[in-house]
Each structure stands twice: as C-alpha cells, then as structure tokens.
Design a protein around this ligand. Structure first.
Ligand code: FAD
Ligand code: SF4
Ligand code: SF4
Length: 464
C-alpha cells in the first residue's frame, strides 16, 4: 500500500542562525528510513508522467520503487543508466518545474520528493564506496572537449564509455565550470563535484586545465592535432552590466567575479590568497538563482544584504527554495526598485546606490509584467558593496578565433538537431548554445552531442 501522506518528508537542515556563520551544506539529506518512507508515497504510475519532466529521462518510478524496497544499489544502477551526475542534479535541479511538476501526487498535496531521493541514493553509494568503473577498451579515435562544465563533462563521460580517447581543455585551474566557481559550497559541496570528476578520470578522460581555447590554442589547431570531432561546452560566463554611472567604482562586482573569489578561491577563509572585501552593507541587483547565491555568500562574510529587484516577489525567477532559504537567513528583499547610479566616497569606493521605484505594467515578451520607473521617485541606499546579478552571455573568444562558427544575436552558438555547429565536426551544447540555463539541460545537451559525435566519426570511418 502506498503511503498517502500529503506532504514530502521534510529535509533536515542547519538552522538559519547557525548556517550563516559557516559555509557547510545547508540541507543535510534524508536518512535511509526517511528515504524509504518518502519513496512509498510514489504510486508507480504506468504512464510515468514524472519521467517526461526530466530532461535526461531518468526512469523515476523504477528507481523510486527500489528505494521503497531498501534496494539503494538497484536504485543507483537505474539512475546511472541515464544520468552521470545524480548527486549534483539531486541537489541543484529545479525539480519543481521539471520532474516534480509532473508528479500526480502534486495534484492534491506535495509531489514525491524525487530530487531528494536521487540525492540520497547518490550520497549513499558514494559514502559506501561505489565500485570503480574500469576504463573501457579504446576504439582508436580521439575527440576534444572545450570546457569542463556539466555539458563538457557529460559529453566526455559518454564518449569515454564508447571507447574514445577524450581530452578536455579547461580555461580555469580546476574543472567543474559553474558547479565549482558559481554554485556555493553551502548548496553543492565541492568534494562531491570533484568525486564525479575523478570518476571521469578513472574512465581515462584526460583533463588539461589552464588552457584557454582561442588563446592557448585554437579549434583549428585541435583539428590539426588529429581530434576527429570537437565539443564546445564553454558556457555563458560573460557578465552583463547596466551601463549606469559609477559601475566602475571599487566595491562593484559582477556576481561571477564575487562568486569565483568566494567559491573557487575560498576568499572567506583567513588563509586565502585572494582578497575579498568584507562589506558591511551589500546591494545585490537581480532576482535569479545567481542573485540569491551572491546574497547568501555576502551574508556569510558578515554583511547586511539587500536584494534590489525591479519586479515583485511573484515574478522572482529564482527557485522558491532558494528564496525561502535567503529570507530565513535575514536577507532583505527591496522589491519593485531598480538602481540608476552608484555614488562614490572620496577614495573612489561605493558609498551609496541611487535607486528608483518601479511599478508593473502590461506583460512583456517574457510574459511577465513590464516594470516601469515611477518618475521622480529616486532615493539613496547606503552601501559599500554592489553585486550585479542581471544575467550573463557566452564569451565571444571561441567564435572570434574559429572560422565558420555562427552565433545568434545573443552570441549563442547555432547548432542543428544533432548539436553540430555551422562548422563541420564541431559540436556544441549547454549555456554556450542556450544562454544561461540549467545544469540538467547542459547535461542533456552533452549527452545528445556525444551520441551525435560518435555517429559522425563512425560514418566517416565507414565511408573512408
Ligand atoms: P559552465 O558550467 O559555465 O562551464 C563552462 C566551462 O567552460 C567553464 O569551466 C569555463 O571556464 C570553460 N571555458 C569557457 N571558455 C573557455 C575557453 N575558451 N577555453 C576553455 N575552457 C573554457 N542551474 C541549475 O540547474 N540549478 C541551480 O541551482 C543553478 N544555480 C546557479 C548558480 C550560479 C551562481 C550560476 C552562475 C549558475 C547556476 N545555474 C544553476 C546554471 C548552471 O550552473 C548552468 O546552466 C550550467 O553550469 C551550464 O553548464 P555548461 O557546461 O554549459 O557551462
Ligand atoms: Fe528530476 Fe533533475 Fe533528477 Fe531529472 S535529473 S529526475 S529533473 S532531479
Ligand atoms: Fe511516482 Fe509521481 Fe512518478 Fe507517479 S508521477 S510514478 S507518483 S513519482
């Protein structure tokens, strides 16, 4: 008999007043008993609506049924058929708009906690010491991957399993992309990301770090070096600014820079070589997940933090859970406001941010009500730090240094149905193609591209 309780088993978490004093993971994960109890809420629907909401089609009813039986290894095997990063997706996927949105238990009550169960299974196997996958026999062909984010790493893993000699070229000194430099430790522990990357190395994937494609070498040089197909998963890491007066002042950061200093360079630690300001009052501009992450990091540096967003709570694009966590941690939401200028003190540092009040008009192209400035409503907010989290775009470096790569007006690489770009043999996926999106959509693109690259090379072999 299924468990017909209406609500999900709550997630054990650190108390807000404790967690703002550390960078440890906020949510602590289910115990085996909690996981089994939650899994019993699943009705095992024959038409599997939840699966249709998962971009990589995890066999959700089957893995959840194994959890309900206490067969966690069996559950892990099922998840691993389609997903290579379950400990990560179980933590950061926007489940509420994907698998869980389609769950029938959500019609009257809360959906089955699919993400929490996926995380539980992956954590259980990692802690138990899952068996190492042996490096497969090589098929004699070599491929290159540009960028070690979720798109590139997924493509690398799938191609290595097919026997390819895979080399990943990564610009930063550590692989992982946004998983390492963007999403904070308290949401996604870095040891988990590195564990997943070690599994790829065990499969024989070579990862070359500090290698910027377009500067250290070009796509053409990779082709000349004998790489038979190339996947570009270089993300969308170029920050957008508002071009308002004072954005160049000391104390104004892009969210990417601030988060990189905090996460990758561990600037919150006293022994870190990377300087970071310890602000007293921070204004974060934006309302997405990136804004929530930046705000919560600034809070952990001891700052009072305000989120300034031009629409209302209803339109906030960040995940509901992240907004709730930010509110619990004492972050102040100054909604229906927009900055117009940053003012300086005598040293050229931020002293105040001038804002204007907004009201909502008719819906715009995005379907959300258009924010309109209220004339004459300008006001000052004291602050010594401002973080801009209003979106990012793909960096144009690769496009500018590669013949034949076309992009759309937003600078995103154009690909066909097989993820091949306008340059023969060069594939692409993830944020470099879609603009800033999600981990699971980047993984889905990496998977699709890996299959297409395999077909492309095998076809060449057959026709040679
Ligand atoms: P990335 O993760 O950006 O990886 C691209 C990699 O390519 C990077 O390592 C970069 O250094 C490297 N690179 C770039 N140019 C070059 C070059 N020329 N040569 C070599 N290497 C290069 N998504 C969610 O699903 N849930 C969340 O909770 C979530 N939170 C987020 C929080 C933050 C702060 C940010 C910034 C994003 C968040 N996202 C979230 C979005 C998600 O992380 C991205 O959609 C995803 O990481 C995209 O994967 P990717 O592999 O395409 O690119
Ligand atoms: Fe849901 Fe994401 Fe897991 Fe798919 S990968 S089942 S969307 S949490
Ligand atoms: Fe289980 Fe919900 Fe999927 Fe039905 S829709 S099989 S209840 S997870």
């Amino acid at each position: 008999m299924p468990n017909m309780r209406m609500d999900k088993n709550p997630m054990p978490s650190q108390a807000p007043e404790v967690r703002i004093t550390n960078v440890d993971e906020v949510t602590l994960g289910y115990t085996p008993e909690m996981a089994i109890d939650e899994a019993k809420r699943c009705l095992g629907c024959k038409h599997k609506p939840c699966m249709q909401g998962c971009p990589v089609n995890i066999h959700i009813p089957d893995f959840v049924a194994r959890v309900a039986e206490g067969d966690f290894e069996g559950a892990y095997e099922i998840i691993s058929l389609t997903s290579s990063l379950p400990a990560i997706c179980g933590r950061v996927c926007p489940q509420e708009t994907q698998c869980e949105e389609r769950c029938v238990r959500g019609i009257k009550g809360e959906p089955v906690a699919i993400g929490r169960l996926e995380r539980f299974v992956a954590d259980y196997m990692r802690e138990k010491g899952e068996a190492k996958l042996a490096a497969p026999e090589r098929n004699g062909h070599k491929v290159a991957i540009v960028g070690a984010g979720p798109a590139g790493l997924t493509a690398a893993g799938d191609l290595a399993k097919l026997g390819y000699q895979v080399t990943v070229f990564e610009a930063l000194h550590t692989p992982g992309g946004v998983l390492m430099y963007g999403i904070p430790e308290f949401r996604l522990p870095k040891s988990i990301v590195q564990h997943e990357i070690q599994k790829l190395r065990d499969l024989g994937v070579e990862i070359v770090t500090d290698y910027v494609v377009g500067r250290s070498g070009t796509i053409d040089e990779l082709v000349d070096d004998g790489y038979e197909a190339i996947f570009v998963g270089s993300g969308a890491g170029l920050p957008n600014f508002m071009n308002m007066p004072g954005e160049e002042l000391k104390g104004v950061y892009s969210a990417n820079e601030f988060l990189t200093r905090f996460n990758l360079m561990k600037a919150y630690r006293e022994d870190s070589d990377t300087p970071i300001q310890h602000p007293t009052k921070t204004i974060v501009v934006g309302g997405g997940n990136v804004a929530m992450d930046a705000a919560r990091c600034a809070k952990r540096l001891g700052s009072e933090v305000h989120i300034v967003y031009r629409r209302s709570l209803e339109e906030l694009p960040a995940r509901k859970e992240e907004v709730e966590h930010a509110m619990e941690e004492g972050i102040i939401f100054d909604l229906l406001n927009n900055p117009v200028a940053v003012h300086s003190d005598e040293n050229g540092s931020v002293k105040a941010v001038e804002c204007i009040q907004m009201e909502l008009g008719e819906p715009d192209d995005s379907g959300r009500r258009r924010p309109i400035a209220k004339e004459g409503s300008n006001f000052m907010m004291d602050a010594d730090c401002m973080i801009m989290a209003i979106g990012t775009s793909p960096n144009p470096l690769i496009r500018h240094t590669t013949e034949g790569l076309e992009t759309n007006r937003k600078g995103c690489l154009i690909v066909d149905d097989n993820e091949m770009t306008t340059r023969d043999g060069v594939f692409a996926g993830g944020d470099a193609v879609t603009g800033a999106a999600t981990v699971i959509s980047a993984m889905g693109a990496g998977k699709k591209a890996a299959a297409a690259m395999d077909q492309y090379i095998q076809k060449k072999v057959r026709t040679a």
